[in-house]
Design a binder for this molecule. Structure first.
Ligand SMILES: *Cc1c(COP(=O)(O)O)cnc(C)c1O
Length: 419
């Protein structure tokens, strides 16, 4: 969920070149850039080494599993939101599998206990429901000499700086995490026997100062329980690989926490792993006029970059410049920083399938290719075939500049999702 990035901050993109053989790459296509991806992983590995925390990849934001052979060399495992992600992590990543879901169903738990290391519940009731299955699985594991499933509870520390509200798990009436009062009740009535971890997830694209403030609330509300735990999971939303992220503060916070409470610490970022290490190629299919010039592309905000509409934000387009729409004498005008200004829109029938307004040094023509920056997280995991629009291919640009096509989608993918 990239936030609105200020034009000046992304000036680095303006001088960027296009990849080798750019015109021969498929369009549309999500392209992972191996070199940048590995740099993210190396930085995260350094945070693990210097802080002693374990970092898990949240598959919710990034599940490009053909890249897991690389990711698993650096990270400690994955975090799953439910059975499918847990299974993908188990099959393609290995290492530690943590699962948190707001609610589990019986048949899901039967499968999850086979493959999870940590299972985190959102309520005492769910923990009670599945205690039996977990205990019998653990007896089996003990006989086989395998590590046991460890159980955690997600709590609500009643503090989050995330906006908009749709991404804030601490809004009034939130269903995510056990609030302090309910936790106290549960701990009294049911006890914490069998619970070895606490989990909170209250960040989104935040720096470590937000974690510092959050920890105060987490500690304030749960301090009597924390020392009984083997691990505390600080959730995701730590924007560790962003340029201005204060890594030293993060490391210090983790070290202080670990030494004060004698627990392990986990982080489970998704976005920080796929941050700014890939793009989406799209092509101009038509250019129409309606007071302003509108380029219709083969990529869609609604189908391929849904966060552009959800957040909402305007993604960066490589070698493009700003353009602003305004009304002059009741007429819509596009004023660009560069002479040729366009509104970029998708091929769906949704009127609001608009990516944004941009200007260019040269006029756009049908067949031109555009690069939408930072498009490998929260895109492929969320895209859809609305309007029957074809899904973009997925590939990787290797360190040596060679492109590898991982996946092409066809009509069958569209047809098989329906019946
Ligand atoms: C979404 C989510 C994450 C990952 O968040 P990012 O913002 O991608 O870092 C981690 N843990 C939980 C429980 C989540 O819901």
């Amino acid at each position: 969920m990239p936030t609105q990035v200020k034009e000046s901050k992304t000036a680095q993109f303006l001088t960027q070149n296009y990849p080798k053989n750019f015109d021969s790459l498929p369009s549309p296509c999500y392209v992972l850039e191996e070199e940048k991806f590995e740099k993210n992983l190396q930085l995260l590995q350094k945070v693990q080494q210097d802080s002693g925390a374990k970092i898990l990849l949240a598959l919710k934001g990034y599940a490009l599993w053909k890249s897991f052979s690389l990711a698993k060399q650096y990270l400690s495992g994955i975090t799953a939101s439910g059975i499918y992600e847990a299974r993908l992590g188990y099959e393609e990543f290995g290492k530690e599998i943590t699962t948190f879901s707001p609610s589990y169903k019986q048949e899901e738990m039967q499968e999850l206990v086979q493959i999870s290391n940590h299972i985190i519940f959102n309520s005492f009731a769910q923990w009670q429901t599945f205690k039996g299955i977990i205990e019998s699985q653990n007896q089996l594991r003990e006989r086989k000499g395998q590590p046991k499933i460890e159980v955690g509870l997600r709590v609500n520390p009643k503090y989050s700086e995330v906006s908009p509200e749709i991404y804030n798990p601490c809004v009034e009436g939130s269903r995510l995490g056990i609030p302090p009062k309910e936790f106290k009740k549960g701990a009294k009535k049911i006890g914490l026997d069998g619970i070895s971890g606490l989990h909170f997830h209250t960040h989104c694209e935040q720096n470590s100062d937000a974690l510092q403030r959050t920890l105060k609330y987490f500690i304030k509300h749960f301090k009597e329980y924390i020392p009984q735990m083997r691990w505390i999971n600080f959730g995701g939303g730590h924007h560790i690989t962003r340029k201005d992220y204060d890594i030293n503060l993060l490391i210090q916070l983790i070290k202080d926490f670990k030494s004060k409470f004698k627990t392990e610490v986990y982080l489970e970022p998704g976005e920080a792993i796929g941050w700014q290490c890939g793009f989406l190629i799209g092509s101009v299919v038509d250019i129409v006029q309606n007071g302003i010039k509108i380029a219709i592309l083969d990529v869609s905000a609604a189908a391929h970059m849904p966060d552009c509409l959800e957040m909402p934000y305007r993604p960066m387009v490589r070698n493009s410049f700003e353009a602003k729409a305004n009304k002059k004498h009741h007429k819509l005008k596009l004023k660009g920083k560069m002479p040729y200004a366009y509104r970029l829109g998708g091929p769906t029938c949704l009127a609001g399938d608009v990516i944004g307004d941009y200007s260019f040094k040269e006029p756009l023509k049908v067949g031109d290719r555009l690069i939408f920056e930072d498009m490998v997280h929260y895109t492929i995991v969320k895209n859809n075939t609305f309007n029957g629009i074809p899904l973009p291919c997925i590939g990787m640009l290797h360190k040596n500049g060679e492109f590898e096509l991982f996946k092409e989608f066809s009509y069958q993918d569209y047809k098989q999702r329906n019946s």
